[in-house]
Write a protein that binds this ligand. Structure first.
Ligand SMILES: [Zn+2]
Ligand SMILES: [Zn+2]
Length: 395
């Protein structure tokens, strides 16, 4: 049985005054971006907002916050999560609220996710007495590329203990504006990084016969790595192995001693992950011996596969269908090869993660992690509605 906290009309009216407030908060967070586990200003801002609404937030994962709407009603029925960290990159926009910290920018829209959950916090606080059960709000630090992300720390610190379900959303400019995309089962990839150090024998560029050229060997390794996926796993497997860095050499007439390669691995199934890891090690070892050089491989598993629970996914689909209509709720292009540390939360308890499309008509909006990206404020009302709808559906 669902509990209606706001009638659709009442929520529309309430959002008229709330959305400008959230947009202002979003711009302020955007202007002062903070990297994972350094989000002290962001944390203080959220804390002040929550305390002004009668919450008693607790610190979690150093720079994160956990806040219960009705702690007097015991363990929460559901939790909602927003990530709050920025990326280590430059902002190229001339927005009035552009980043004031060189080399740090909100280029994944976590500023928007934070503002949306702040909005939900406000709406829930206004209906506190009407809530039949507790709801937990998770403001999570360090989603971006920090090994063992903030979600893992929050889970380890017990932020989900006793909680029945957890939900999270992500804006996505590659999907049409106002579309909700979700699927049960595998939703996002497992991620891992690999590093290969190729050690040969350097020397004069004119005397290759006296060298063991690590550049040629490394080039051979890059080519051979292309077969890990294409020849190593079945058509259903699905995996990505990308060499993204290739470093070696200091001068045009010197064959170097060493070349370093590194890149990323994305998989959707633990069995496939093992095969991919094994094949990378074999291919590097074999290629190195062909070229008469030494090669060392290090593979660092990062986030696990994000698996959406069937019942939680059905709830997201139900809520989204009521808001945006059945034509705008799809599982197209999913699972996605991106990684998400929300996967740790989904390992701990039933969970669903969904995308809210923010793309323009031509779908040419800069994607997340692009220097020109900016969170689409126009999606704030839908994102708030989705979380409020889930609260109403699940209580
Ligand atoms: Zn990101
Ligand atoms: Zn993100």
């Amino acid at each position: 049985m669902s509990t209606l906290l706001f009638s659709p009309d009442a929520l529309t009216e309430r959002l008229e005054t709330l959305v400008p407030e959230l947009t202002e908060a979003r711009h302020d967070i955007h202007k002062h971006p903070e990297l994972g586990f350094e989000e002290t200003r962001t944390q203080a801002k959220i804390k002040a907002w929550l305390e002004s609404l009668g919450y008693e937030p607790c610190v979690s994962a150093q720079t994160g916050l956990v806040a219960d709407v009705r702690p007097d009603l015991g363990t929460p029925t559901l939790a909602l999560r927003a990530d709050i960290d920025c990326l280590p990159m430059h902002e190229h926009t001339d927005l009035p609220y552009r980043s004031v910290h060189d080399g740090k920018a909100h280029k994944c829209g976590h500023d928007g996710h934070t503002a949306v959950l702040m909005g939900v916090a406000k709406l829930l606080s206004e209906k506190r007495d009407a809530l039949p059960a507790n709801v937990r709000l998770l403001f999570q630090p360090a989603e971006e590329g920090v090994r063992g992300g903030g979600a893992k720390v929050m889970v380890a610190e017990g932020a989900l203990e006793g909680v029945k379900e957890v939900y999270a959303l992500h804006n996505w400019p590659g999907y049409p504006h106002g579309e909700v995309r979700v699927r049960a089962g595998t939703m996002m990839a497992a991620t891992a990084e690999f590093e290969v150090t190729v050690t040969g024998v350097g020397g004069h560029g004119s005397q290759p016969q006296h060298c063991r050229d690590p550049i040629v060997a490394a080039a051979g390794i890059v080519s051979a790595l292309q077969t890990v996926v294409s020849r190593g796993i079945s058509s259903e497997g699905g995996a990505v192995v990308s060499v993204c860095q290739f470093h070696g050499g200091t001068a045009n007439n010197v064959i170097p001693d060493e070349v370093r390669l590194s890149g990323t691995i994305r998989t959707f199934d633990p069995a496939v992950t093992e095969v991919v890891f094994d094949r990378i090690r074999e291919v590097v070892r074999g290629s190195a011996s062909t070229f008469g050089v030494q090669a060392q491989v290090e593979i660092h598993p990062d986030y696990p596969v994000l698996v959406n629970d069937a019942e939680c996914t059905a709830a997201v689909e139900r809520v989204a269908t009521a808001i945006v209509g059945p034509d705008n709720v799809t599982s197209d292009e999913l699972p996605m090869a991106g990684g998400e540390d929300f996967a740790y939360m989904a390992q701990a308890i039933p969970a669903a993660y969904f995308f809210v499309g923010t793309g323009n008509d031509e779908l040419t909006s800069p994607v997340c992690h692009h220097p020109d990206f900016d969170f689409a404020d126009s999606i704030i009302p839908l994102a708030v509605r989705m979380f409020m709808g889930l609260v109403e559906d699940r209580l």
